[in-house]
Write a new protein. Structure first.
Length: 310
């Protein structure tokens, strides 16, 4: 099958506005158009036909997210807004039972999360479905991920910095591939680089309805950027007034006796060699992630067209 150059029109899902973004690139995938999504009550001509609330009986919310990318705050936003109680873990999914036959889940696996959503929606087709995920700069994520494992074995700052450099050189970062790639594919949402442009336009988020080809018809995906988490309360309130955005507990507050070590890791800047090693040994998703943040801009790397369109 030949590769054809097409123009795709994305009607960007914007809270309070609808923007139009046009991209041109080569692809063999099917064309798609993102449906307009506005939730401002003043936009009567469109809002009357849109979802009024994600909190109706039988609805489900899901945090399908990469570890150390704001999972805690996203989970609390849903389960405390709906007053949910955690139930038994099932196949990498932590479910929460909520009033009015609603449910919320958290998982780092898109495959497991989609399976759970399918079961719930089969039992409760009357409910709504909202999935939340987030992205974070590599500059902050690597240190946070290292500290998540190292917090059980605190040492001096010097020793921990040495161990951190070893972590950067040897880890396969498999957790990066568990959530986001599957969600982007399921929602036909393009690459992280393309999503970053939409987030820039919208002020820190994208909102995408499942396409006709998805196994999750009727579900919406809100994709957030941690660097603009100060706007999350605004986004969630506009999505549904019942949602109260809650900030997760910081690592410093959780480990007040180890602030020196945390600051040492947080302030460490990866060298060009460390960046290039991860970029060149990682798969196309890692390259796309780095590119979406311009993380290789000072490392002498020429970004290939393959990495751009993935």
């Amino acid at each position: 099958m030949g590769v054809r150059k097409i123009t795709k029109i994305y009607v960007v899902a914007a809270i309070g506005l609808t923007g139009l973004v046009v991209h041109q690139f080569s692809t063999t995938s099917k064309d798609y158009v993102r449906l307009p999504r506005t939730l401002m009550s003043t936009d009567k001509t469109i809002a009357d036909s849109m979802i009024k609330s994600y909190s109706t009986p039988g609805s489900i919310t899901a945090v399908i997210n990469t570890a150390k990318m704001g999972t805690g705050g996203l989970v609390k936003t849903f389960v405390e807004s709906w007053t949910c109680k955690q139930t038994k873990k099932i196949n990498k999914v932590w479910p929460y039972a909520c009033a009015r036959e609603r449910a919320s889940i958290r998982t780092h696996s898109s495959e497991s999360g989609v399976d759970y959503l399918l079961r719930h929606r089969k039992e409760h087709p009357e409910g709504q479905c909202l999935i939340a995920t987030a992205i974070r700069s590599p500059a902050a994520w690597f240190g946070s991920m290292y500290l998540e494992g190292a917090k059980q074995h605190w040492d001096t700052s010097e020793v921990m910095l040495q161990n951190y450099r070893e972590f950067l050189a040897t880890d396969d970062f498999h957790m990066l591939y568990m959530a986001l790639p599957g969600l982007l594919d399921e929602f036909n949402a393009g690459t992280l680089t393309q999503q970053a442009k939409i987030m820039d336009y919208n002020g820190g988020y994208s909102l995408t309805p499942a396409p006709p080809t998805s196994v999750l018809p009727g579900c919406d995906l809100i994709f957030l950027r941690m660097e603009q988490s100060d706007r999350w309360p605004e986004f969630f309130e506009m999505l549904d007034p019942e949602f109260r955005s809650i900030v997760g507990i910081s690592r410093v507050d959780q480990n007040k006796a180890n602030v020196e070590q945390i600051n040492a890791i947080a302030s460490y800047e990866l060298t060009s060699e460390e960046k290039m090693h991860i970029y060149n040994t990682g798969n196309k998703f890692i390259q796309d992630w780095f590119d979406s943040y311009g993380y290789m801009d000072d490392s002498g790397i020429i970004i290939s067209e393959t990495a751009e369109i993935m």
